[in-house]
Write a protein that binds this ligand. Structure first.
Ligand code: ADP
Ligand code: MG
Length: 276
């Protein structure tokens, strides 16, 4: 059963590890990620290409499985739950928006039919005209995907994903291939979903999405390094293993790659280790 606490923080993960193994190599995409994502919040996940953003989002979306660590979705431990329970959560509780809409649209269904289908799958009554209006597709109810531009297709995919106000909304670089107008409409729809109570997590390089987020997490080399709340300063993330990623200015000071860590009352000090 989902408690009020679980509904307020629908996503919690601890120590998430993802290693991609090939015949001769291993890529450690996530090296132990601890995070909680609250309902009603829009969280941006940023970081250089290859830092693990898509890997993290695929795990949160239950589209992939971690090699270690735990992930609770609405109070269910997905790493322990039966596969049928995990599938049900993925279908009913999680909206997934990919960078390209092609995989989520059906060539033979009109925009309106897409919305009707999304409503049926989420078992929720919805007004397709209203849902299309919200993403600026008011006049395109009868259009097939092939008759829509790339930006319009993505807006349709977003409207379908948000059908029935799912508690968790995850989008992996949803505006990366969009023109400015479509990107703005997608951002507005995601912000509205957060305002209506969904837990929204978006990976992005888009400065507008970052500016519109309530909170921004920075991933570096598969580890969360910075957590920034809107209007607040940056806080460095210290994970459950005690690891901390230092900002570049601190790295420049601690040039040798080794430091002396000392605790002084209520603060901690790092001194560069002199050559021995
Ligand atoms: P980002 O989304 O931040 O660019 P990714 O999560 O896609 O980062 O990738 C993190 C690392 O994992 C990269 O080094 C990438 O090459 C590697 N990677 C991602 N997916 C796979 C995969 N399916 N197989 C092997 N390596 C992968
Ligand atoms: Mg990516």
């Amino acid at each position: 059963m989902t408690t009020a606490d679980d509904a307020a923080v629908p996503l919690r993960c601890q120590g998430l590890v993802r290693v991609y193994r090939a015949a001769t190599s291993e890529t450690h995409a996530l090296r132990g990620v601890d995070a909680q994502f609250a309902a009603g919040r829009f969280t941006g996940v940023v970081g250089p290409s290859g830092s693990g953003k898509s890997s993290l989002l695929a795990l949160l979306a239950l589209r992939d499985k971690p090699d270690a660590g735990t992930l609770d979705v609405l109070g269910t431990s997905t790493t322990e739950a039966r596969p049928s329970r995990v599938r049900a959560l993925r279908r009913t509780a999680i909206a997934w928006i990919a960078q390209r809409p092609t995989h989520s649209l059906f060539p033979h269904l009109s925009a309106e039919e897409h919305l009707r289908l999304a409503g049926r799958l989420r078992r929720t009554p919805l007004d397709p005209a209203d849902a299309l209006d919200q993403v600026g597709l008011g006049g395109r109810a009868g259009s097939l995907p092939v008759q829509l531009s790339g930006g319009e297709q993505q807006r349709l995919a977003v409207a379908c994903a948000l059908a029935g106000r799912p508690p968790v909304v995850l989008a992996d670089e949803p505006t990366a291939e969009l023109d400015d107008d479509s990107a703005g409409l997608v951002l507005d729809a995601l912000s509205a979903a957060a305002e209506q109570g969904s837990c929204v997590v978006v990976t992005t390089h888009d400065a507008r999405l970052v500016a519109g987020a309530d909170r921004v997490l920075l991933l570096r080399h598969g580890v969360l390094s910075t957590d920034r709340a809107a209007g607040g300063g940056d806080s460095a993330v210290i994970d459950s293993a005690g690891r901390l990623q230092l900002p570049q200015a601190a790295l420049d000071l601690l040039h040798g790659g080794r430091a002396v860590v000392s605790v002084h009352g209520d603060h901690v000090r790092l001194d560069p280790l002199e050559d021995r």
